[in-house]
Design a protein around this ligand. Structure first.
Ligand SMILES: [Zn+2]
Length: 217
C-alpha cells in the first residue's frame, strides 16, 4: 500500500495533536524506511517481475526484518519508546506506536501472501493488489478519509500551511495514480534508492506543513 499509509498519518493527527505530522508520516512509513535500507545492504531481497500483481511488479521474496508481524511489533515499540524519550509525551508515544503497527495491517490487505508472521514463519496477505479498481477504491477511500479528518482537526496559520499541505496531497496522488502503468524500473536497487529519497523528501515536508498549521480548536 502507498497513499493508505499517509492516510493513517493524516488521521492520527486528530488523535495525537501534539505529535508533528512529520513524525506521524515517518511512523506510518517506517517499515518502508527500514526495507530499502536492508535491501541496499543485501539483507532483504525482492525481484522485479512485470505483471507480478496488477498494481505493481514487486515480488517480495525475503523481507522478514522489515515486514514480518513480529518485527513490526518490535519496531512499533522501539519507535514509541524513542518518541517518548525525546518528547515525554506518553499518549503521543502510544499513538505513534500504533501508527507504525498500522503499516503491517494495510500491507497485509494489499500484498499477496508474502508477509511472514515472524521470520521464517507462515506468509499471509489478502492480495488487494491483484485488482487495480479494488486497490484504487480501497486506498482512495482511505486517503479521502485521512484528508477529511486532517483538515477538520487542523487549520493553517498562514498561506504556507495551506499551499504546502495541498501540494503534498497532490504530489502523493501524482506519484500514486500512474503506478500500475509505469514502465519497468531499471533495477531492484533503483526502486530501493527511490524509496529512500522519497522518504527524505516526504518526512521533512510533513514537518514543514506541521509548523504552519495548528489544532482547529
Ligand atoms: Zn510496506
Amino acid at each position: 500500500m502507498f497513499i493508505g499509509h499517509f492516510a493513517v498519518a493524516f488521521a492520527a493527527k486528530k488523535a495525537a495533536p501534539n505529535v508533528s505530522l512529520g513524525t506521524l508520516v515517518f511512523a506510518a512509513a517506517f517499515l518502508d524506511v527500514v526495507w530499502p535500507v536492508l535491501v541496499l545492504l543485501g539483507v532483504e531481497r525482492f525481484r522485479i517481475v512485470p505483471g507480478f500483481t496488477a498494481v505493481n511488479p514487486l515480488d517480495f521474496t525475503y523481507y522478514p526484518w522489515s515486514h514480518s508481524l513480529l518485527m513490526t511489533l518490535v519496531w512499533s515499540v522501539a519507535f514509541a519508546l524513542a518518541y517518548f524519550a525525546a518528547s515525554r509525551d506518553r499518549a503521543g508515544a502510544v499513538w505513534v506506536g500504533l501508527v507504525v503497527a498500522s503499516h503491517w495491517v494495510l500491507d497485509f490487505v494489499s500484498h499477496i501472501p508474502d508477509m511472514p508472521l515472524y521470520p521464517g514463519g507462515e506468509k499471509v496477505g489478502l492480495g488487494l493488489w491483484r485488482s487495480i479498481p479494488a486497490t484504487f477504491v480501497v486506498e482512495g477511500l482511505l486517503f479521502a478519509a485521512g484528508i477529511a479528518i486532517y483538515v477538520r482537526a487542523t487549520r493553517s496559520r498562514d498561506r504556507i500551511g495551506s499551499i504546502a499541505w495541498w501540494a503534498f496531497v497532490a504530489l502523493l496522488l501524482a506519484l500514486y495514480l500512474p503506478g500500475p502503468w509505469a514502465s519497468r524500473p531499471p533495477s531492484e536497487n533503483t526502486v530501493a534508492i527511490f524509496g529512500v529519497i522519497a522518504l527524505l523528501i516526504f518526512g521533512p515536508w510533513a514537518y514543514w506543513i506541521d509548523r504552519h498549521r495548528e489544532p482547529a480548536h
